[in-house]
Design a protein around this ligand. Structure first.
Ligand code: ADP
Ligand code: MG
Length: 459
């Protein structure tokens, strides 16, 4: 009984510290909006970089031809080929997981690995796979890390995030590195667009639905892009784009604010991470981290109570051993005796013979951590909606947010929680003008669409 009481104390404290009542979320949305403005003002104006994407027009359906895309995310990369023309487009793609040692090696090795996968993909293409008509192959490159773009086809890496840390790539032009690696592999292909995954998601979303003006990634990491009025971007130099618009990659992952509910577990996770004091918002909400936050809470419980029995804590002390798909599986466990929870605890942490009560505690921890994450993501989205003057009760325009990423795609309770927080924040009436859409693999498809819009064969 004493043991259970100690565990309950840890959970009660967690519940309180992670609480995200509407008032707090409103504060987060307001702080996000303020940081967005500051970041648009001038370079370095905010922790969130508000990067100019050089995408000033979203796809409109007139894009034609055969295009490739390469989508480098946080855990995998995808190569994709798509014949554009007509609404019913069917991309072919292949997913390759990135060997962990390449995430911290050197740039030439990483880009070499990517280019060789691309070379294989190209070599395997049959005659039926679209028509090049003697043209050079063109590629849209989705690179999901902060890049300072200098044009639609060039940009230097500002820093790595997520599990990547390759020092010699920082400050280098990622397109030039890819182009060099492709040449070494004998792949004759031109990079026609360099984009962020959020921009790709936004582009793919708006291809199918013109009301899509925001693209969000909730996968290994988290970020958002949106369509801004060019004249609302003081730091935009030179002539304003004809469209009057510019897509901004917010890099909201680096947002932080005193409004955020931060616990001792988040602080420890941050300090022990590859990028301490950076990407604070991302560390609270994205798939790379949720499992590890839960693990840290379980470790604290194991040290203060005996609800897990007499266990060896070696596994429980191992960083990232509990992954977000595991906590998703436990959270969705509908068996009467929480069998899935028991299996996951045993499989990942070598915790056996748990009681039903203990399993329920674990589910509650998953629920607390995930709903905080989903609700904070919703607050970020509301910050953007408010920045562009949408989502109010009198608003006639529809505002649709395209979302891609494994966390959103596969974690049902996360998705529900995000959706209900949006309604809570915007109000029933206003939320009717706001919609959310899954943009499945939009980040890759969007790159192909933007590459088509910037094809060398368009005059
Ligand atoms: P990337 O960020 O590499 O582009 P994805 O968008 O495919 O990759 O997202 C992968 C991330 O999604 C994983 O790191 C994981 O955190 C999360 N994820 C994958 N499957 C699930 C799942 N079943 N439940 C919850 N989260 C998941
Ligand atoms: Mg991705």
């Amino acid at each position: 009984m004493v043991a259970a009481a100690a565990a309950e104390r840890v959970v009660a404290e967690l519940r309180e510290q992670c609480a995200t009542p509407a008032a707090r979320l409103d504060g987060v949305a307001a702080a996000m909006e303020e940081e967005m403005r500051a970041g648009l003002e001038h370079e370095g104006g905010s922790k969130i970089k508000m990067i100019i994407s050089y995408v000033d027009n979203l796809p409109n359906g007139s894009e034609e031809g055969l295009f490739y895309a390469l989508d480098l995310g946080g855990t995998n990369f995808r190569v994709l080929r798509v014949q554009l023309g007509g609404k019913d487009i069917k991309p072919e793609s292949r997913e390759v997981s990135i060997p962990p040692h390449l995430m911290s090696g050197n740039a030439a090795e990483l880009f070499g690995f990517i280019a060789s996968a691309l070379a294989k993909f190209v070599a395997d293409e049959g005659r039926s796979n679209g028509v090049l008509n003697g043209r050079q192959r063109e590629l849209g490159f989705t690179f999901s890390f902060p890049v300072r773009q200098s044009s639609i086809t060039s940009g230097t890496l500002i820093k790595w995030t997520k599990a990547f840390s390759i020092d010699d790539a920082v400050g280098e032009d990622v397109v030039a590195e890819l182009q060099t690696a492709m040449e070494k592999q004998g792949v004759d292909m031109r990079v026609s667009a360099l984009i962020n995954d959020t921009v790709g998601t936004l582009a793919a979303g708006s291809y199918y639905d013109e009301d899509v003006v925001i693209g969000v990634i909730l996968g290994t990491g988290s970020n958002a892009a949106y369509v801004e009025k060019a004249n609302a971007i003081p730091k935009l130099e030179g002539e304003l784009p004809k469209s009057g618009n510019m897509v901004i990659n917010t890099e909201w992952g680096n947002f932080s604010s005193s409004c955020l509910p931060i616990t001792e577990y988040d602080q420890a996770l941050d300090e022990e991470s590859l990028n301490p004091r950076e990407q604070i918002f991302e560390k609270l909400i994205s798939g790379m981290y949720l499992g590890d936050i839960v693990r840290r809470v379980l470790l604290k419980i194991a040290s203060q109570s005996s609800i897990f029995g007499d266990i060896n804590r070696t596994k429980l002390k191992t960083h990232f051993i509990l992954r977000t798909p595991d906590i998703s599986a436990m959270h969705h466990d509908e068996t009467p005796d929480l069998r899935v929870v028991a299996e996951k605890l045993e499989e990942n942490l070598k915790i056996t013979g748990t009681s039903l009560e203990t399993r329920k505690v674990v589910v509650e921890i998953c629920d607390i951590v995930t709903s905080r994450s989903a609700r904070l993501a919703a607050a970020g989205i509301v910050g953007i909606i408010r920045k562009i003057g949408r989502g109010t009760a009198g608003n006639k325009e529809k505002t649709v947010i395209a979302i891609d990423g494994g966390l959103f795609k596969h974690y049902g309770k996360f998705r529900q929680s995000l959706e209900s927080a949006l309604v809570e924040l915007l109000g029933e009436e206003a939320s009717k003008s706001v919609g959310i859409k899954l943009a499945n693999d939009g980040s890759g498809l969007g790159a192909a669409l933007i590459a088509a819009a910037h094809s060398q064969y368009i005059n």
